[in-house]
Design a protein around this ligand. Structure first.
Ligand SMILES: Nc1ncnc2c1ncn2[C@@H]1O[C@H](COP(=O)(O)OP(=O)(O)OP(=O)(O)O)[C@@H](O)[C@H]1O
Length: 255
């Protein structure tokens, strides 16, 4: 990954932003098969804020999230997470940074079926992440309403409960950023609303930073702001979004 001439967003290397992307470009394939999924995308994600990323199918949302989170490597541009430039980190250091400083929640809950809810939640800590104290574990478990389910395996839990376990697991190490890719995509609206409500609480009450990709205007309305992608570029930013406001931007993008 090489630097581009794009100027880093303000505060790129200070503590005020949990994540900063500068001039991020991602090309898949080469020659006639080349697809440019991201085109010089720059954005800063302030600490303690909830950002949603929206846009039409194929606009580059997942690619953007994956490049920000060090799950994929951009073709050019840079990403700074918690003050650390991840561009050019060795695979080992990147893996450690992801494990210790980032949390992930995906559409499919990605829990280990043979482990109980409690064992799944504690897994990241056992693998070497930041040590979680008992009080923080209790706070998350109670806030997510999982106290009575800790001994159950994923197969004995509803989808909403499984996703709440995944959120607890992601937050246990108090990550610099919690990345969520369509976290409510497999949930009914009530369970999805509970998960989103808790992500909001994690930001408001615990100072966490959340970056979430979603198709759903109701989900995006839980965020502090929405970034809209189209054809690999950020084309609009909406602060304090409402469901109607998100719909209005999406309609304008379709025109
Ligand atoms: N591994 C890959 N190889 C080749 N092209 C890819 C790959 N992953 C994504 N793309 C292409 O990059 C573009 C952006 O894809 P991406 O998955 O980031 O979009 P998205 O906005 O998340 O879409 P969706 O909402 O459908 O999940 C698309 O044209 C897609 O086909």
């Amino acid at each position: 990954m090489t630097q581009t001439s794009a100027a880093p967003p303000a505060g790129a290397h200070t503590g005020e932003n949990a994540a900063v992307a500068t001039g991020l470009t991602k090309q898949y394939g080469t020659g006639d098969n080349a697809v440019t999924a991201l085109r010089e995308v720059s954005a800063a994600f302030p600490r303690g804020r909830f950002t949603a990323i929206m846009g039409p199918s194929g606009s580059g949302k997942s690619t953007f999230l994956h490049c920000l989170a060090g799950l994929d490597t951009a073709t050019s541009g840079s990403v700074v997470i918690g003050g650390v430039e991840i561009t050019g980190l060795s695979r080992t250091r990147l893996t450690r940074l992801r494990r210790d400083r980032l949390g992930f929640v995906f559409q499919s809950f990605n829990l280990l079926p043979m482990l109980t809810a409690e064992e799944n939640i504690r897994l990241t800590g056992r693998l070497g992440g930041r040590k979680a104290d008992r009080a923080w574990f209790d706070t998350i478990v109670d806030a997510l309403g999982l106290r009575g389910r800790l001994g159950h395996r994923p197969g004995e839990l509803s989808g909403g409960q499984q996703q709440r376990v995944a959120v607890a697991r992601a937050l246990l190490t108090r990550p610099d950023v919690l990345f969520a890719d369509e976290p409510t995509g497999n949930l009914d609206s009530r369970s999805g609303g509970e998960v989103l409500g808790f992500l909001r609480t994690a930001v408001d009450d615990y100072g966490q930073t959340v970056i979430m990709v979603t198709h759903d205007p109701a989900a995006a309305a839980h965020a502090d702001r929405v970034l809209f992608l189209a054809d690999g570029r950020i084309v609009h930013e909406l602060m304090e979004p409402t469901i109607d406001g998100v719909h209005a931007v999406m309609r304008r993008m379709e025109d």
